[in-house]
Design a binder for this molecule. Structure first.
Ligand SMILES: [Zn+2]
Length: 431
């Protein structure tokens, strides 16, 4: 047990042997202030190896980790030095020590790393940490972005080898008077369900530029490229991953059919009752069960669904569209000896004139994309994990209420879902 008071203080403050604790201010209100100085003997950094003389001191107050549940500040009495060598270009300078804090920052290195882990890995809101450390939202956020950016740059092995790559669009934020929407593209290792990067925009050019920035050998390893049915990502894949098999993502294929089903329901509602769906309307009451997979409905729900269809769907169009959506799902629920042939037949079924026009359109899309859709049976990879990652992104967005800067969003999302090597955090300081 340490009993010497000076050593007790140094031990609790924990910045190592070359930092001496000068004293503590314990105000009635506000953070505890710990005063420290360094004790090492420097040589002139101007390459003249002269021992400098002490000139004066400059106090810098830094946000530090909370002490025993109380916000704390580290007041660093920085020494200023002068070189006595008249021929030397270093006249005076202030000491720097990145173990305490990087130059021109307002937070200690350890506090900066800690908030980065709390926000990045645990998705804690910046505002929580601002309260805990007794400092503004912006101070904490600036530190997370600075350390997070440095960590992502240092983690050069993060992306690694990928054999199945997916591109997916994600709504980033609605801004301005008209709440215009900004989109980002998620680049995902769909085999591992890991977010590789976020790219601003959702164009072929944006995604293509990211792919073009990877080494050729890395791109050559990619065997499968997953995408949605309508997106512009096909062009990016064709240009930059010409040898990868393109796979239509099941999630998006089924969603196209589900959306068509919903369009049919709304059209029939309007045609039969002359108004948009209201609380008591039979088709309005089944809007949710219709979007669910049929096996997830129990017997009662199924009976109710059929009853409401009988009441509100005189020509059986909604029922027909519902059946069509289940047919599309069936592409993925079983193995087929000839997947491409099976998909082509289903596309023909959906284009039959007995189907509503919305479903005919789905049939044409599936017919056109039958190779990519059938390719799933070889690849067995989906953007499903991407959707999970999008869920994480939403969590990060919720935790970061008001986050509108793309760069900040990208760093926070990658810290959370990008498979970062957190062991490196102890070694990095922002530039
Ligand atoms: Zn010098």
């Amino acid at each position: 047990m340490i009993v010497d008071a000076t050593r007790v203080a140094a031990c609790v403050v924990g910045l190592g042997a070359e930092v001496r604790v000068l004293g503590v201010d314990d105000p009635l209100v506000g953070p505890l202030v710990v005063h420290v100085e360094t004790t090492n003997e420097p040589v002139c950094p101007g390459d003249c190896w002269t021992r400098p003389v002490a000139k004066d001191r400059q106090r810098v107050e830094l946000v530090d980790l909370a002490v025993f549940g109380r916000p704390a500040r580290l007041c660093w009495h920085k020494r200023r030095w002068a070189c006595p060598n008249r021929g030397c270009h270093m006249v005076t300078w202030t000491e720097q020590n990145t173990r305490i804090a990087p130059a021109r920052t307002s937070m200690t290195t350890r506090a900066g790393r800690w908030v980065t882990y709390q926000v990045g890995a645990c998705a804690r809101p910046v505002s929580d940490l601002a309260t805990e450390l007794g400092r503004s939202w912006h101070t904490i956020n600036d530190a997370v972005i600075a350390y997070g950016d440095a960590l992502l740059r240092a983690d050069v092995e993060r992306i690694g080898a990928v054999w199945a790559l997916g591109l997916d669009e994600t709504l980033f934020v609605r801004t301005g008077t008209y709440r215009s929407r900004s989109w980002v593209t998620s680049v995902v290792d769909v085999a591992e369900g890991r977010l590789l990067d976020l790219v601003e925009g959702r164009t072929a050019a944006a995604a293509g530029a990211w792919l073009a920035g990877r080494p050729q050998a890395w791109r050559d390893q990619i065997g499968y490229a997953t995408l949605d049915l309508s997106g512009p990502y096909r062009a990016a894949f064709t240009k930059h991953l010409p040898d990868a098999t393109q796979v239509a993502d099941p999630f998006h294929v089924i969603r196209v059919a589900t959306q068509a089903l919903d369009e049919v329901r709304r059209r029939v509602q309007q045609e039969t009752l002359g108004h948009r769906g209201r609380k008591g309307d039979p088709l309005y009451r089944i809007r949710r069960p219709l979007t669910m997979a049929s096996e997830r409905l129990d017997d009662d729900a199924l009976t109710r669904l059929k009853g409401h269809l009988a009441a509100g769907d005189p020509h059986g169009e909604v029922r027909n569209a519902w059946h069509a959506r289940e047919v599309v799902r069936f592409i993925y629920t079983d193995t087929h000896p000839d997947p491409a042939g099976f998909v082509a037949e289903r596309a023909d079924d959906l284009q039959d004139e007995s189907c509503p026009p919305e479903i005919n359109r789905v049939g044409r899309t599936i017919g056109k994309r039958r190779r990519e859709i059938a390719a799933w049976h070889d690849a067995r990879v989906t953007n499903g994990p991407t959707e999970a990652i999008n869920g994480l992104n939403k969590r990060v967005k919720r935790a970061a209420f008001g986050m509108r800067v793309f760069k900040h969003y990208r760093i926070r999302a990658l810290l959370y879902a990008g498979g970062v090597n957190w062991d490196l955090l102890a070694t990095i300081t922002p530039r």
